[in-house]
Design a protein around this ligand. Structure first.
Ligand SMILES: Nc1ncnc2c1ncn2[C@@H]1O[C@H](COP(=O)(O)OP(=O)(O)O)[C@@H](O)[C@H]1O
Ligand SMILES: [Mg+2]
Length: 268
């Protein structure tokens, strides 16, 4: 089974800027005055899959949404630190946040297709960007659905409502919707927690292929999943980054006792 997921990892300490998708520097986040992320620094490698693991409430979703500035939608939000992407700090005042959110796409726990056709779901973002040429849209829709491993199942019903798809198909559809914008980074927040085991495996295989197109960061509370699909894993505890390394090392010989306790199920 492990064969499904090809892995090849570089030492995190020696990643060059070119090999880094996101360079997180001393990032702290407060929500409603409580410290939710505490001085996180990490380099996220390009075209790899990085998993975020840790107990519920440890800050995984907050960290993920700090990569496309979705946290700013909270009312009582404060941050310090930097996130560097392609040589610029995405928290700079000059940042175009709408554009950032197309470069850093996000998929949530529950699939959220829009109440429109499969086709229109996939080209939703493109239409907002002003693309309307039919041939171009057709091409991107097909390519995105192929990358999301959904094309064969829906190619004959592109103009049916997306709401008629199964849960697993809907999740692949929203992944296709994100891919249509050609993101550099794709954030997946517990993308399989509402799905059955077989569909989960299907999505895992898909995720492992996505790294050829973009950098993938996945939050999961399923440790087998993190060990199976991710190249790197980060263990968070109470807003702090406790351990971060290639997944094989983290899951077979964790350096910190807290990590070991978590992955062996002593708490969590
Ligand atoms: N809008 C909010 N206001 C205040 N606290 C919040 C808000 N959203 C999340 N939190 C708190 O931030 C912490 C981290 O939440 P979250 O990032 O969702 O954790 P995880 O995804 O690891 O379960 C939790 O303690 C949670 O209660
Ligand atoms: Mg969460």
């Amino acid at each position: 089974m492990l064969k499904l997921f090809e892995k090849e990892t570089l030492a995190l300490e020696s990643l060059s800027d070119e090999q880094t998708a996101l360079d997180v520097k001393n990032l702290s986040v407060r929500l409603n005055d409580s410290l939710v992320l505490d001085n996180i620094s990490m380099r996220i490698p390009k075209n790899k899959i990085t998993a975020m693991i840790g107990q519920s409430g440890c800050g995984k979703s907050t960290l993920l949404s700090s990569f496309n500035r979705m946290n700013e939608l909270h009312q009582h939000y404060a941050y310090s630190g930097e996130v560097i992407m392609d040589g610029r700090n995405i928290y700079s005042k000059k940042e175009n946040v709408a554009k950032l959110r197309t470069q850093v796409g996000m998929v949530f726990q529950r699939p959220n297709p829009f109440p429109m056709s499969i086709y229109e779901n996939v080209c939703f973002g493109l239409r907002i960007q002003g693309q309307s040429e039919r041939r171009e849209l057709d091409e991107i829709v097909e390519q995105s659905l192929r990358h999301a491993a959904l094309w064969d199942e829906v190619k004959d019903r592109l103009f049916e409502s997306a709401l008629l798809l199964s849960g697993g198909q809907q999740q692949r559809l929203v992944i296709a919707r994100a891919l249509a914008l050609k993101p550099e980074v794709l954030l997946l927040d517990e993308p399989t927690s509402a799905l059955d085991p077989l569909t989960t495996l299907h999505i895992e295989e898909l995720v492992s292929q996505l790294k050829h197109n973009c950098t993938v960061i996945i939050v999961t509370h399923n440790m087998q999943q993190a060990a199976r699909v991710s190249d790197y894993s980060a263990f968070l505890h109470q807003g702090q980054l406790i351990e971060y390394s290639d997944s094989d090392s983290l899951f077979t010989m964790p350096e910190k006792k807290q990590t070991e306790d978590y992955i062996t199920g002593r708490y969590g």
